[in-house]
Design a protein around this ligand. Structure first.
Ligand code: PMP
Ligand code: GLN
Length: 402
């Protein structure tokens, strides 16, 4: 038989699914795939349940229910001062994952070049390649993941169509600085390039930092498509509601891509997310302070075990260098080992690099209940034979509440 699509054949099953399955098989605490272990706000869940029962269960409009498009427009103004027309500049998708693919479909033709920043989220490169585009990879390096400006500039050329930017960034927890964003904007203008901005962690940003959408910078409004995810903003990752804000000309094409992918997205969940986006400032503040406390707790525990923990300014994740533990093997072996033998799963950071990669970092998700994080730390401490008192402290102590 003729061989099927060789690009899909080559990429295999996503690391998140692989590690979650391994965690389940070994009864491990899953600090791998990024999802909270408690559901998001009850009023949003109730709104979804109510919205199942009032007779609006048929296909919603292609670009999303009006309530949600309006709510996304209002959120753009409220959080970032970006003025948006909900009728022509918002497209609701089935998760940010679909939004990323739809944006790339809207912009790329075979032969175009796309600039991607490593380490990168696992759908970016395969989708660009499936569309016949060529990726130019620019690498950020630990421990600070600073933007290498000369290398970024060198990646742009006459064929460059778009840059894909993820901030706050998975897996590094990096938040691009205002200065870095200015530099990126100058390159986009100089080379007449678009940006697809994966901003799923826009509200998961810590220590008083502010998320700055590239789109909010001067002259960027017409060059950027910015993507949000209700899964992250409302701790409901299974819902898969994404939303794209883009200039009308581009939004039309993103909608055309969406019409060929899923066509529409469940209306009930959309209506509940619309309610969620109107939540008060206290909700958004608590989301990030709660997560920051969990980050600090897990980071402290991992340091007590001997990991070198890198800073994380946003997202669900911290990356940790396991070299000091003396493990004989690379990051994939390490993550497998701790899942099978310590009962804690993590993601090997090399999975975020298509080619050569650093091999001594593991990514841990901290979006879990304190008791679960505590148990994970205890298990790792016991496995690596660390005095548990050094590694484990109470959650309230780590958060400075005691
Ligand atoms: N982009 C990044 C950087 C992510 O980490 C994720 C993880 N879920 C997504 C996109 C996909 O978001 P969604 O679940 O809304 O499809
Ligand atoms: N974004 C999540 C992560 O990075 C996983 C999403 C997925 O499993 N595709 O862990």
């Amino acid at each position: 038989m003729k061989s099927p699509n060789h690009l899909l054949d080559a990429i295999g099953t996503t690391i998140f699914t692989v590690m979650s399955a391994l965690a389940a098989q070994h009864g491990a605490i899953n600090l791998g795939q990024g999802f909270p272990d408690t559901d998001g706000p009850q009023d949003v869940i109730d709104a979804a349940a109510d919205a199942l029962r009032d007779g609006r269960n048929q296909y919603p409009p292609l670009t999303g229910v009006l309530e949600l498009r309006e709510a996304v427009a209002v959120a753009n103004r409220r959080f970032y001062g970006i003025e948006v027309d909900p009728a022509s500049e918002i497209v609701v998708t089935s998760g940010a994952t679909e939004a990323i693919t739809a944006c790339l479909m809207a912009l790329l033709n075979p032969g175009d070049e796309v600039v991607l920043i490593e380490p990168l989220y696992d759908t970016y490169l395969p989708v660009a390649q499936l569309l016949g585009a060529t990726a130019k990879l620019v690498r950020l390096n630990p421990p600070d993941w600073a933007l290498p400006r000369a290398e970024l500039a060198a990646a742009f050329g006459p064929k460059t169509k778009l840059l894909l930017l993820n901030s706050p960034m998975n897996p590094t927890g990096k938040v691009f600085s205002a200065d870095e964003l200015d530099f990126i904007a100058s390159l986009l203008i100089k080379h007449d390039v678009y940006a697809v901005c994966d901003e799923v962690y826009e509200h998961l940003i810590f220590d008083g930092a502010r998320h700055i959408p590239l789109m909010s910078l001067p002259n960027m409004r017409d060059r950027c498509a910015r993507i949000g995810s209700a899964g992250k903003t409302f701790s409901l990752t299974g819902w898969k509601i994404g939303y794209v804000t883009a200039p009308a000309r581009l939004a039309t094409l993103i909608a055309r891509a969406h019409q060929n992918l899923t066509f529409t997205t469940p209306p009930n969940l959309q209506r509940a997310v619309a309610l969620g986006l109107t939540k008060d400032d206290a909700y958004f503040a608590a989301l990030s302070t709660d997560l920051a406390a969990k980050r600090d707790f897990l980071a402290e525990g991992l340091r007590g075990i001997g990991f070198i923990v890198l800073p994380s300014a946003g997202s669900y994740f911290i990356t940790a260098d396991f070299t000091p533990l003396g493990f004989d093997g690379d990051d994939t072996a390490f993550c497998r080992h701790i899942t099978e033998h310590a009962g804690v799963a993590a993601i090997p950071v090399s999975a975020f690099y298509p080619g050569t990669a650093p091999r001594h970092y593991a990514r841990f998700a901290f979006c879990k209940r304190e008791a679960v994080l505590q148990e994970a730390i205890s298990r790792l401490a016991a496995h690596f034979r660390v005095d548990p008192a050094r590694a484990v402290m109470t959650f309230s102590r780590s958060c400075g509440l005691e």
